[in-house]
Design a binder for this molecule. Sequence first.
Ligand code: ADP
Ligand code: MG
Length: 334
Amino acid sequence: MSRVVTVEGLRKVFRLEGGGRLVAVAGVSFGIDRGEVLGLIGESGSGKSTVGRCLAGLLTPDGGAVTWGEDRVRAGSLFREFPGLWPAAGAQGEDRVRVGMVFQEPRDSVNRRFQVWEAVADPLIARGMRRGPRLAARVEETAALVGLDRSHLLLDCGGLPEELLQRASIARALIIEPTLLILDEPTTALDPDARAGVLELIRRLRGSSSTAILLISHDLAAIRSVTERVAIMYLGKIVERGPTDRLFVDPLHPYTRALIESALDLDPSTPMAPVELSGEIPSPMDRPPGCPLEPRCPWSIAGCAEAEPPEEDFGADHSVSCIRAGEFAAGLRG
Ligand code: ADP
Ligand code: MG
């Protein structure tokens, strides 16, 4: 496996009108390998899209470092000094990093006035490729990857059913042969049949392409069905990460348990009681000083509010940021 991208300590702070500071991403680290799908889960507002937008070059991070293959880029000013690394900032070089991004609403990715082929071809045309047989072949090839055939290519995007439109927006992201494909809630706006179709497509891409995929979603069942590793975000931080199979069966962080509990049935024989979180997710403008979950966590103890919990390794690539995780693990496995 070769590592496509390594993110270390990524931070993004939004400065609000009126002087407030909103810490949307508060130090996030992860890596994705070629051919792998990493799932990023979390409630609305936890900072998932901001992570994706930073990686796509649509936002400038305030801290941290991103390594593309071997090329290390520090966040902050260097992101501005190397706009060529960021396709969204107008990179031309074919050997540079390319990031394809698909948004929740296919209508945000695709110009409705385009025919499907134009929408798919557009990123290559924008990169200076001339119209002609070579472009047409690339469009047909990429369309086939996402299950669109020649008859679809002449349809107008404006009248296209949602699923086909989302497929077109995935093709549009794939046509640049991205180093990293970011899918931000790609199934959220779709009806159940369309959702199943797009998930099947992601599964197929995983098996057949060398692209690394970051799948952002709060659809846990979707994440479970197409990823091999997941990271759980809460209030700008990753609180737990690990292999998908393990995390969905033996989650250790109270937040992961609450999240999975509310979406899927946890095995009732596990000794930890179901987690009910009290209150609402705190505002990222007013982050608690210790563990971000502390104000809502039924299992919090005195130390939780004092300092941010370090990430603790539980083997097999599973790690958790909770000072009680060791106790929980002993309870589950003892
Ligand atoms: P998620 O994708 O997990 O729902 P986001 O990354 O969209 O979360 O947002 C994280 C936090 O950052 C939220 O509190 C959101 O309101 C805030 N936020 C996102 N984009 C902006 C922006 N452009 N300006 C100010 N605040 C923003
Ligand atoms: Mg989002």
